[in-house]
Design a protein around this ligand. Structure first.
Ligand SMILES: C[S@@+](CC[C@H](N)C(=O)[O-])C[C@H]1O[C@@H](n2cnc3c(N)ncnc32)[C@H](O)[C@@H]1O
Length: 273
């Protein structure tokens, strides 16, 4: 619970910074520059950023571009877990068109307010932002065609529950199409134990093999993890130093082990009885 409260507080502040024109970066205040720019910047092409309000772009705190990689069809229902300022929801709404629907789910009031304001500015009707937690999705069973998410599942302390809930709300044959930070190989304990890094970008991430196992455990099939950005230690230096970490000492253990990835999986079209 403590982790969730810290996460909520951080993202509430990040949402307010968009209003005040400040940085919306996701890490600890003193260590933002090194943390997030390599992770959150330049994720969307100009056609995408031009299609949504500027505040939705400024509030973007993801680590990938799930809407570019997910297959979305006209008329489908999409759900974005941890929708933040709403950029991926607004982009999805355009892709599924007026006969489809895009839901955003977020637990932070300030983010929901920002997302709803962005929806109003974008003038899209087929969007609904829901307040709630990704560990307890406020939608019925078998009601969603595609679940997207952008750098949120790594923030949850109960990933099994999140994946179980994603499976529950997806229709049979529904797709899980998520960007998230994952680790590969052994990760230094100092990194995992640091609460602010957890809240920021990295420490709560699953290993890629753990992610596959958890998705399979939830019932998914056709699981695939495709790295989209691999981070190097220099990109993380400012952030890690700000946490009091001896960067040079841990550098060999970090290199090549932290990445953003696009994670695909499918709920079986026919459930086994
Ligand atoms: C890193 S930001 C990503 C926002 C958005 N997906 C984007 O790409 O800009 C994380 C968002 O997830 C929300 N969040 C984090 N943990 C959550 C949880 N357990 N349930 C619901 N929302 C959560 C935060 O409030 C925040 O808006």
């Amino acid at each position: 619970m403590e982790i969730k409260e810290v996460v909520r507080e951080k993202y509430g502040q990040a949402a307010l910074r968009v209003h005040s024109g400040g940085s919306s970066c996701c890490g600890a205040a003193s260590a933002m520059d090194g943390c997030c720019d390599p992770i959150t910047s330049n994720l969307y092409d100009s056609a995408q950023t031009g299609a949504v309000p500027e505040e939705a772009v400024l509030a973007s705190l993801g680590c990938g571009n799930p809407t570019a990689l997910a297959e979305l069809k006209a008329g489908e229902t999409v759900l974005d877990l941890g929708s933040g300022g709403g950029i991926d929801v607004l982009l999805s709404a355009r892709r599924v068109g007026p006969t489809g629907k895009a839901y955003g789910l977020d637990m932070t009031d300030e983010m929901l307010a920002l997302a709803r304001e962005n929806q109003r500015k974008a003038g899209v009707a087929n969007v609904e932002f829901l307040k709630g937690e990704i560990e307890q999705i406020p939608l019925p069973d078998n009601s969603v065609d595609v679940i997207i998410s952008n750098c949120v599942i790594n923030l949850s302390a109960d990933k099994d529950r999140v994946l179980g809930e994603a499976f529950r709300v997806l229709k049979p044959g529904g797709r899980f199409a998520v960007s998230d930070v994952v680790t590969r190989g052994e990760v230094p304990e100092e990194v995992r134990q640091n609460m602010l890094m957890w809240v920021g970008c990295i420490a709560g991430a699953l290993g890629d093999d753990q992610y596959v196992a958890k998705l399979a455990g939830a019932g998914f099939e056709g699981i695939d993890i495709e790295p989209t950005r691999v981070y190097n230690i220099e990109e993380a230096r400012t952030f890690l130093s700000g946490q009091g970490v001896d960067v040079d000492a841990i550098a060999p253990q970090v290199e090549g082990k932290f990445m953003s990835a696009f994670i695909r999986a499918t709920k079986p079209a026919r459930m086994q009885v």
